[in-house]
Design a protein. Structure first.
Length: 305
């Protein structure tokens, strides 16, 4: 598959990135969809702006939502969504969780939710920021991604205190038709077709695997939507399936969001919104079920539940 920007085999330069950016159009509104939803939560939660992004003169505030009664002697439960702006249920699942269950853990843990890490990409239904950078390979100090750098700075004071971090994502058919071909073209590499798994799966940390934690989340989500099977090679998106619905990545080494804090329990959800067997509401519900199961497991096994 040839991508319409760039010369095959040659990485993009500024001209190609500018051409790519010119093709991205706003398709939904961050303020209407996300900021208004967060504003409606201000009577029950503490909302703070941890940074902002300015792209072509347009300012995007970055908001974090905290449970009230924050105490330094309690563990932190961290939920992030919208690292990839096109992954809709990551954003709306985080917001739904806050509305329906955000106060369930008062007195047990400090809840911190960042519903939309990448607002520009949310509006354009894309994976990258305007500089054709994927935030989810750049969660590290000195990050070239403003989205990633702001979140790393927000979480730096909490290192060692975050017990659980769940990062809400989707794997979509457009990964195969748009985003992976664009990635290959950007990096001057040949595009190698893959297979999109039909169903929900999780990404554990290969450097700190927590199989029982992952299976607790899988069991909860299986009540809401179907779990992705392995392909003919025993893999999900090119990685061995180590347990039903679970693969592993080296989170910190790869600069992935779930690797920021060094939490004991980490996972990345992957919902499949393009399945004929799943509705958008089911995808949001699956994210909520995953968050609740992750927090519940962490509280119980830390002796706090």
């Amino acid at each position: 598959m040839s991508y319409p920007i760039g010369i095959p085999g040659t990485p993009w330069g500024p001209a190609e990135i500018a051409m790519w950016r010119s093709r991205q159009t706003k398709q939904r509104d961050f303020r209407d969809d996300v900021l208004r939803a967060i504003d409606a939560l201000r009577d029950r939660f503490d909302v703070s702006e941890y940074g902002s992004l300015d792209y072509d003169g347009e300012r995007f505030p970055l908001l974090a939502v905290r449970g009230r009664g924050w105490r330094d002697d309690r563990p932190v439960m961290l939920v992030t969504g919208g690292v990839h702006g096109y992954e809709t249920s990551g954003v709306h699942g985080a917001l739904q969780f806050l509305r329906e269950h955000g106060n369930d853990y008062a007195g047990q843990a400090n809840l911190l939710v960042v519903p939309c890490v990448s607002p520009w990409a949310y509006e354009r239904i894309h994976r990258w920021n305007p500089d054709a950078i994927d935030p989810n390979r750049n969660f590290r100090e000195g990050s070239p991604s403003g989205e990633a750098a702001a979140l790393v700075e927000l979480l730096a004071p909490l290192r060692g205190r975050v017990l659980m971090h769940i990062d809400l994502h989707e794997t979509t058919d457009s990964d195969e038709t748009e985003f992976r071909p664009a990635l290959a073209a950007r990096d001057g590499k040949p595009f190698e077709p893959g297979e999109i798994p039909d169903g929900f799966y999780l990404v554990d940390d290969s450097e700190n695997p927590q199989p029982a934690f992952q299976q607790a989340v899988i069991a909860a989500v299986a009540k809401v939507t179907h779990i992705a099977p392995a392909d003919a090679n025993g893999e999900i998106i090119g990685s061995p399936m180590v347990a039903p619905g679970v693969i592993e990545y080296a989170l910190k080494e790869l600069g992935l969001c779930a690797g920021i804090t060094g939490a004991r329990y980490t996972t990345t959800t992957e919902v499949y919104p393009d399945s004929p067997r799943a509705t958008p509401q089911q995808c949001n519900d699956a994210q909520v079920a995953a968050v609740r199961a992750a927090i519940g497991y962490a509280l119980t096994h830390a002796g706090l539940g």
